[in-house]
Each structure stands twice: as C-alpha cells, then as structure tokens.
Write a new protein. Structure first.
Length: 280
C-alpha cells in the first residue's frame, strides 16, 4: 500500500457494482483500501458490498459491508452509526449512488422524477447530514460526490431527472465546500464522462441496437476516442480524498477525456484533425 490514506476511515455509499466487472464505487472502495484506509462499503445490494469487501480482505485490507437504501433517512443514519461503532470515526465520505431513467417532462412520471432526485441528490444530503457532525467534532474531513458531466452538458437523450439531480449535486457540493471550509472539511465532486462500467449495460444499453454498437458510439463521442473506466474515477477520488488535495475544495472535476471541452452537437461524435493535416 502506498499509504496516501493510511490511518483513515472511508465510508463509501454505492461501493458495490451493478453488474459483473468494476463500477466506480467498487473500484474506489478497493483503491481507498489499497492506500491504507479502512473501508465501510455500503450498497443497496448487500451482496455487492460483500463482494467488494472480499476483494479488500483478500489484499490484506479491512472492510465492513453494509446494506443501505440511501433514500431512507433511518437506514443512512444506521449505516453511519455502524461505521462509527466498527472504526471509531469517518475521515472520508464518498457518495457514489446514482440512477438514470429516460423521460422528458411530458413522458416522465412524477414518481420516476422523484426517484431520480431522491437517489442522486437526497441520498448525498442524508449521508452528509449524518456524517458531518462527527467530522465537525474532529475538525477535519473530505467529502467526494460522484456527479456527471450531464450536470453541465445536455445529450441527445431525454435524461431530465438525471440532468437536474446531478446539477443539483454539483451546487450542493459547492455549498458544502463554502459552508464547512472554516471547520477543516473539504467537499469536491467528480463528473465522469462516457465511461465503460457495468451501469451502462444495465441502464443505457436498451437505447442501442447492440452492445458493440453502443461501445463504438460512446467512444466516438470522446476526443480520446475511447471511454474511460472505473479506475479513472477511482484515481481522481483518491486524490481528492487525500491530503494531496488539502487546498482543493468546491471543485467539480471532469473525468471525461476532454468531452466537456467540446462544443456543437453533443451526440454527433468528435471528429479529430487527421494526423497529416496541414496547419492553416
């Protein structure tokens, strides 16, 4: 272990994976542990959290699996209490829970709209509500919220609930940063772009004719010509959670291969300059 989080305790909400492979939360929980943190791995699916903990344990780390619905205030409070009972304190709060559903204001039901706001935004609020008192008592802490470039960029898909909730999460993060900076607590957000994680196969694949077609289409959107992966997000999270980012707070960091810098039709694909093109 390199030790950038040695002696720390990290509570990761969304620490499982929605399918086979590495999701953002799963990779981040494992990387936190590799860097010396003891990890409370919380997820709606307890079995997914337990899988993450088994990986951490197999590498010599220490972790506690917790099943929790982040939209349930009492369940979140219980998850925080269990983490404190096991580890004594919480240094890093990582909120990585998110869901997206297609629908515009006409077609999206009020129930599905509220679900996205509850999962993507209220869940982070509840986690902060119950973790912040302990951080305030100790005079230090780092909060990392996983948002999306969809918070600032509209795609061709009608992800109205996702856009609104992730934009809200960004500003919530900035407000946390300003409010608690004098008390030694930092808050930052990560905005992944087009990522190759289990979530896209569970929630986005239905919008494409085939898996490979989806992968090619998503890769074409990025200036780098490829999707990122969960480890790209995890490495950014590790930096923001560590003392290396001790003077960084209120940042919404794109991890998107340059996609957020592009203008024009968001789904039209990025057209690079040919390598042999002459300069104008």
């Amino acid at each position: 272990m390199a030790g950038r989080l040695a002696g720390s305790v990290a509570l990761v909400f969304g620490a499982g994976s929605s399918g086979p492979g590495w999701g953002n939360g799963k990779a981040t929980a494992v990387l936190y542990a590799r860097e010396g943190a003891r990890v409370a791995a919380a997820d709606l699916r307890l079995e997914a959290a337990e899988e993450t903990c088994r990986i951490i344990a197999s590498e010599g780390g220490e972790a506690e699996a917790i099943g929790v619905d982040v939209t349930d205030d009492g369940a979140v409070a219980a998850a925080v209490a269990r983490t404190l009972a096991r580890f004594g304190h919480i240094d890093v709060l990582h909120n990585n829970v998110g869901v997206t559903e297609m629908g515009d204001p006409v077609t999206l039901s009020a129930e599905r709209w509220r679900r996205q706001l509850d999962v993507n935004l209220t869940g982070a609020f509840l986690a902060c509500k119950h973790v912040l008192p302990g951080m305030l008592r100790r005079g230090k802490g780092a909060i990392v919220n996983v948002s999306s470039i969809a918070a600032e960029r509209v795609s061709a898909y009608p992800h109205f609930g996702y856009y609104a909730s992730k934009a809200g999460l960004n500003h919530f993060t900035r407000a946390l940063a300003v409010q608690y900076a004098p008390r030694g607590i930092r808050a930052n957000a990560i905005m992944p772009g087009v990522m190759d994680t289990p979530m896209i196969y569970a929630q986005i694949q239905s919008q494409h004719a085939d898996v490979e077609g989806m992968r090619r289409a998503r890769s074409r959107r990025c200036p780098m010509g490829r999707m990122g992966d969960a480890w790209d997000v995890a490495r950014a999270a590790l930096f923001l959670a560590s003392d290396e980012a001790g003077y960084i707070s209120g940042v919404c960091l794109p991890v998107d291969g340059g996609l957020s810098c592009c203008s024009g039709a968001p789904e039209g694909g990025f057209v690079p300059i040919p390598p042999d093109a002459e300069e104008a």
